[in-house]
Design a protein around this ligand. Structure first.
Ligand code: URA
Length: 248
């Protein structure tokens, strides 16, 4: 006998029960509800899984709650702070979405604002050389900044601009779940680590950002002015390389 026939209320109850069971199974597997994470509507961009423990050396990709595409969609044609008025392009970040290593700089400069890509000016060319000296290409790693829009005249980012922009970087880093973050320069390091400590004291050792190893080092723009500091940057990136090699 077909029990649901002519009993819409009962059919609805059974459908609700089936849906609950599916959701419970999805929760158990830590899968993203909705299947395609890149195009899931906002209400479906949820994963249910264990949160990383403070100090844990790495966030597993399974903890990602959003894909990079979804984060970029959410950012949209951002008008959350005044920098939107003077920018030509949002510089979201680029590179390998599965990168083991992510570089985080300060904010786009003139060239980056023009091209919509991070680190493509003179400092960027030096960063590319550093990446290649590490045995990678720019396509192997991911590169982004604390701010996604250029501050006028490359002035220092303001607290309200960081407050508006950083949540997107945080989501990007969560989605990327790299093994190592390399913070380029004092500003990126202090902002991510929430520490008012000079870069000279921060660099040269790993810190933690949301459970991910973070290595602060000098900004390539600083190296252009102080080439003598290249030796210390090389020391820092060698620590990163050794760590990545040991974890292979
Ligand atoms: N300096 C930065 O911090 N980021 C860029 O993208 C370019 C220069």
């Amino acid at each position: 006998m077909i029990q649901n026939e002519n009993d819409p209320q009962r059919e609805l109850c059974e459908l609700a029960g089936a849906l609950k069971r599916i959701l419970r199974e999805e929760e158990g597997s830590g899968c993203c509800i909705g299947g395609d994470r890149h195009h899931a509507p906002q209400s479906e961009k949820i994963t249910v899984s264990r949160r990383p423990v403070e100090g844990e050396s790495q966030i597993s990709p399974a903890y990602s709650t959003l894909s990079l595409t979804a984060i970029q969609d959410e950012l949209g044609n951002c008008r959350r702070c005044g920098l939107s008025q003077g920018r030509n392009n949002i510089v979201f970040g680029e590179g390998n979405p599965h990168a083991d290593l992510v570089f985080v700089g300060e904010a786009p400069g003139e060239q980056e604002d023009r091209q919509g890509k991070p680190f493509v000016g003179r400092a960027g060319q030096l960063l590319t050389k550093i990446i290649e000296a590490m045995g990678f290409t720019r396509q192997d790693v991911y590169i982004c900044n604390i701010l996604k829009c250029r501050p006028p005249g490359n002035r220092n980012p303001r607290p309200e601009e960081i407050a508006a922009c950083e949540p997107f970087l945080k989501k990007q880093l969560e989605a990327l779940a790299p093994k190592v973050i390399c913070a380029l320069g004092s500003f990126a390091a202090k902002t991510l680590l929430r520490k008012e400590v000079p870069i000279t004291l921060l660099r040269g050792k790993f810190h933690f950002y949301q459970g991910i190893n973070l290595m602060p080092t000098y900004h390539p723009a600083y190296l252009l002015r102080n080439p003598g500091a290249k030796k210390q940057v090389w020391d820092d990136v060698q620590i990163i390389m050794k760590y990545l090699k040991d974890r292979d």
